[in-house]
Design a protein around this ligand. Structure first.
Ligand SMILES: C[S@@+](CC[C@H](N)C(=O)[O-])C[C@H]1O[C@@H](n2cnc3c(N)ncnc32)[C@H](O)[C@@H]1O
Length: 313
């Protein structure tokens, strides 16, 4: 049987998290619980809060983490609700947090979830099966201009306008209901075989990012996470495409820099001080042997940072 998800750069994540005895940690993207399990095995004295918005991930992680049930709290919610969820449990600070972004292999492999352009399923792509917006609504209801913008901005697709036009023309005749129909429309806009596979991947990625508001929620969740880290606490983020990595890099940079008053200002008015120290000048990539064994790790970029203890500010 195919594993639910093979976790990426586990050793590197554990090293950067620097798990301290009795510490409180968060796995913001539980998935199949692979990273959480590794954290608990590496240091069985920690407490762990794990979040995922997908009920199937919650069910799988609950099974995987059952041996540590007394010290693990599993929460089905979007990681934007992290602060609220922790506050409700009277947690004021955490010693580390891990984000392993994007979708799990299970979500892609389950054809019925509609994430993949291989296979045929209803256009869905929701990580949270309860949310209102799905891929069907985007493909069938969105204005051509907005559709093209999403495909360009979130998919970085060269033929975005052409594809959006073809989608709007196709749906004028009949609703576009399936992933196969959408894939065929993209294919009709990009003639060369290899190119069309890349375009399909980019269009599906773009729609998925919009359905799940992936970039917006990331920005706010990173800021919240950095704020609730205890001094010396660590944040580790693995991203899988350049749009996410850019947001992570910027969030770390913003928190790592002090005064941002204009250079012509006679004195500092913002009183901003650095609260974070980056631990990775450049993103860490998976080793060749990991990539050979797990192709998903090929695009992973890991960035880590540490909250600056108060006296160092
Ligand atoms: C790459 S998988 C994580 C795999 C996990 N590290 C493991 O070892 O199995 C990403 C998971 O994060 C979840 N996810 C993505 N964005 C989320 C968000 N904004 N809030 C909550 N969960 C999210 C997805 O549903 C998916 O299960």
């Amino acid at each position: 049987m195919k594993p639910y998800h093979v976790p990426v750069m586990v050793t590197e994540c554990i090293e950067f998290l620097h798990l301290k005895n009795g510490g409180i940690y968060v796995d913001a993207t539980l998935g199949g619980g692979g990273h959480s399990k590794a954290m608990l095995e590496a240091n069985p004295t920690i407490s762990l809060f794990g979040l995922d918005q997908d009920i199937e991930a919650i069910e799988q992680a609950t099974i995987v983490l059952e041996p540590w049930a007394d010290q693990v709290c599993i929460i089905q919610n979007n990681f934007t609700a992290l602060r609220t969820e922790l506050a409700m449990r009277k947690i004021k600070g955490i010693d580390g947090i891990l984000f392993d972004l994007g979708v799990s292999s299970h979500q892609i492999d389950q054809v019925s979830r509609g994430f993949s352009f291989e296979g045929d399923a209803e256009l869905d792509m929701r990580m949270d099966q309860e949310s209102e917006l799905n891929a069907f609504k985007i493909v069938n209801e969105m204005e051509m201009y907005d559709l093209a913008k999403i495909i360009k901005d979130f998919g970085e697709e060269l033929y975005a306008k052409r594809i959006a036009k073809a989608i709007v023309e196709a749906r004028a005749t009949a609703e576009i209901k399936s992933t196969k129909q959408l894939a065929a429309i993209v294919e009709s806009c990009v003639k060369f075989g290899k190119e069309s596979v890349k375009s399909k991947a980019r269009v599906f990625q773009a729609i998925r990012i919009h359905v799940n508001s992936e970039l917006d929620v990331l920005q706010s969740a990173l800021a919240d996470s950095i704020n609730i880290l205890n001094p010396g606490g660590r944040i580790v983020v693995m991203s899988y495409h350049s749009l996410e990595d850019r947001i992570v890099k910027q969030a770390f940079k913003t928190a790592s820099t002090g005064c941002d008053c204009p250079p012509q200002a006679p004195m500092c008015f913002c009183n901003k001080v650095p609260i974070l120290k980056s631990l990775t000048r450049r993103p860490i990539l998976a080793s060749d042997s990991e990539i050979e064994n797990n192709s998903r790790s090929r695009s992973a970029k890991l960035r880590a940072a540490e909250k600056i203890p108060v006296e160092e500010k």
